[in-house]
Design a binder for this molecule. Structure first.
Ligand code: NAI
Length: 275
């Protein structure tokens, strides 16, 4: 259902790999709400993924950019401005990659070169994107930028590994750049801390299936789906949230503020029937 919440708005969406991607769902919802979109992803992901299907559905050009490459980002923003014939109103940064996670290195034994890459792709890339927009003065007043985070930035989830540090850095960049962009141009920058979600990036985390069940039981509303995450992104890109900035916003069905749930206590009690 469309309320035209994004009518007339123009945005860049990073990170749609396949139809499970949070960015994919968000592109569909933004289009449904009247936005014009440019899609971007790493050139290799564009070659291997299915983004052209999404591009057709949302009538968007696809412009490749490795988010760790400043020349790629400059070209992407310049081409997007040309395509939109003007400035950009919103950006979704839906990008993550844990090199040590992918290669099965334990947190206590990470390879630091890989770790640099992880932090660059997953966190400092938000700074790179914002810096590029800043230099080109590409974002319109009251623009909105959203990155995607996870609660391992604040609480320990051992198997989330180096990505916990990457998310803590990502949230910090959103806060710090959000300050400067707010003062300069009333642009807001936030992160959404999303429930565990079955996607390519999500499933890379060790023990993911057990983990998703645990989170489901711990959340009074259950895990938030990627479609619901996309809806939340739409609200943050809309004019209904103009004074929300520099925040990490939990979109997790209440997980983050639940100490323990009855469902989990019953499960533990079942394991100790004599007590
Ligand atoms: P996904 O695997 O569909 O998306 C990750 C995207 O990052 C892919 O499209 C990939 O091509 C892109 N990417 C990787 N390296 C890149 C580079 N150098 N340049 C440009 N793009 C690059 O998975 P998902 O889950 O949709 O991930 C989106 C965001 O949501 C990530 O930041 C992830 O950490 C975050 N998130 C995911 C959760 C989950 O459980 N799936 C939970 C909380 C946050």
């Amino acid at each position: 259902m469309s309320n035209n919440l994004l009518k007339g708005k123009k945005g860049i969406i990073f990170g749609a790999l396949d139809d499970k991607s949070i960015a994919w769902k968000t592109a569909l919802k933004c289009h449904e709400q009247g936005a014009q979109i440019v899609l971007s992803n790493a050139p290799v992901a564009i070659r291997m993924g299915e983004i052209s299907k999404l591009a057709d559905a949302v009538e968007a050009p696809v412009i490749g950019a490795d988010v760790t490459n400043m020349d790629d980002l400059k070209t992407l923003f310049e081409e997007s401005q040309k395509h939109f014939n003007g400035g950009i109103d919103f950006i979704l940064h839906s990008i993550g990659m844990g090199m040590n996670v992918r290669k099965g290195k334990h947190y206590t034994e990470i390879n630091y070169e890989w770790n640099q890459k992880t932090l660059d792709i997953s966190a400092m890339s938000l700074h790179r994107v914002l810096h590029t927009a800043w230099e080109l003065d590409a974002l319109n007043e009251w623009g909105s930028v959203v990155g995607l985070s996870y609660i391992a930035a604040q609480r320990v989830f051992p198997d989330y590994n180096e990505m916990a540090d990457a998310k803590a850095l990502l949230e910090s960049v959103a806060r710090s750049f959000g300050y400067h962009y707010g003062v300069r141009k009333k642009v807001r920058v936030n992160t959404i801390s999303q429930s565990p979600t079955r996607t390519t990036a999500g499933s890379g985390v060790k023990g993911f299936d057990a983990f998703i069940d645990y989170a489901e039981k711990m959340s009074p509303l259950g895990n938030a789906s990627s479609d619901d995450c996309a809806n939340y992104c739409v609200t943050l890109f809309s004019d209904l949230t103009r004074f929300v900035t520099m925040q990490n916003l939990f979109h997790d069905g209440g997980f983050s503020f639940t100490g323990v749930s009855e469902a989990l206590v019953y499960q533990m009690q079942a394991a100790h029937p004599q007590e």
